[in-house]
Ligand binder design. Structure first.
Ligand code: NDP
Length: 246
């Protein structure tokens, strides 16, 4: 039963993270909404969460900042109790062909997408050990499985998340904590709306189901992984991609 338990979702102000927040709130979970700086969007997510009857607390934090994540995790534990479901979803892109990609473009994407997840796992780890249960879901990408021209930094961060997922899954399995990854394909959010029209259409043509995914398509799978029904899945990577990566 998820009712009354706490979910911490990074990047919950917009897109996939917002949809996950609403879906877990519908299951009765209280939501720690972590976001970078878009307070108006985070407040809108919190309002929608509260409409379901669940609690929503807002936490602005750069996931790349380990000390800030440490302080945030302490605050969440004090204000909302132990985190039962951690969803590492915050992510950015800085696309360029590798020859043009600066080291800072590479580092920034790795710092948010990969180290951000590590920071949250590190600072909730003891709480998970104490609970002897819980769920961690890392949002990877189909690009982490297939690679993508112009996204060497992003693909490396998302492939790295898969190794992180499997390692932490092995560490926490004896305590009944499951750790899984979801690998979305092309989902209709601000991230993909930034693509030029031609690129979106070309991508859509490669998707067997012939449409971009909705954030809710990903949220449904994350909610399943957080549920009691997923108790015997750990260390897996579930594609939610309309068949792209098969
Ligand atoms: P959006 O660009 O729509 O939203 C990004 C979210 O991450 C926002 O809530 C943003 O906060 C937050 N965020 C960004 N940087 C930081 C940071 N440094 N610290 C804290 N929060 C941060 O992204 P999507 O919903 O499209 O993507 C969500 C995840 O899914 C990402 O990890 C992405 O890589 C992955 N994904 C997305 C796909 C897609 O097609 N959209 C496909 C595959 C994977 P704020 O609003 O404050 O800026």
């Amino acid at each position: 039963m998820l009712k009354g338990k706490t979910a911490l979702i990074t990047g919950a102000s917009r897109g996939i993270g917002r949809a996950v927040a609403l879906r877990l709130a519908q299951e009765g979970m209280n939501i720690a909404v972590v976001y970078a700086g878009n307070t108006a969007a985070a407040e809108e997510t919190a309002r929608a969460v509260r409409e379901t009857g669940a609690q929503a607390n807002l936490y602005a934090c750069d996931v790349a900042d380990d000390a800030a994540v440490c302080a945030l995790c302490k605050r969440v534990a004090e204000e909302m109790g132990p985190v039962y479901a951690l969803v590492n979803n915050a992510g950015i892109t800085r696309d360029k062909l590798a020859a043009q990609m600066k080291e800072e473009d590479f580092d920034a994407v790795l710092d948010v997408n990969l180290k951000g997840a590590f920071h949250f796992i590190r600072h909730t780890y003891t709480g998970f050990l104490r609970q002897r249960g819980g769920r961690i879901v890392n949002i990877s990408s189909v690009v982490g499985l297939m690679g993508n021209a112009g996204q060497a930094n992003y693909a490396a961060s998302k492939a790295g998340l898969i190794g992180l997922t499997k390692s932490i899954a092995r560490e926490l399995a004896p305590r009944g904590v499951t750790v899984n990854a979801v690998a979305p394909g092309f989902i209709d959010t601000d991230m993909t709306r930034a693509l030029p029209d031609g690129a979106r259409e070309a991508l859509q043509a490669q998707i067997p189901l012939k449409r971009l995914g909705a954030p809710e398509d990903v949220a449904a799978v994350v909610a399943f992984l957080c549920s009691d029904g997923a108790a015997y899945l750990t260390g897996t990577v579930i594609p939610v991609d309309g068949g792209m990566a098969m």
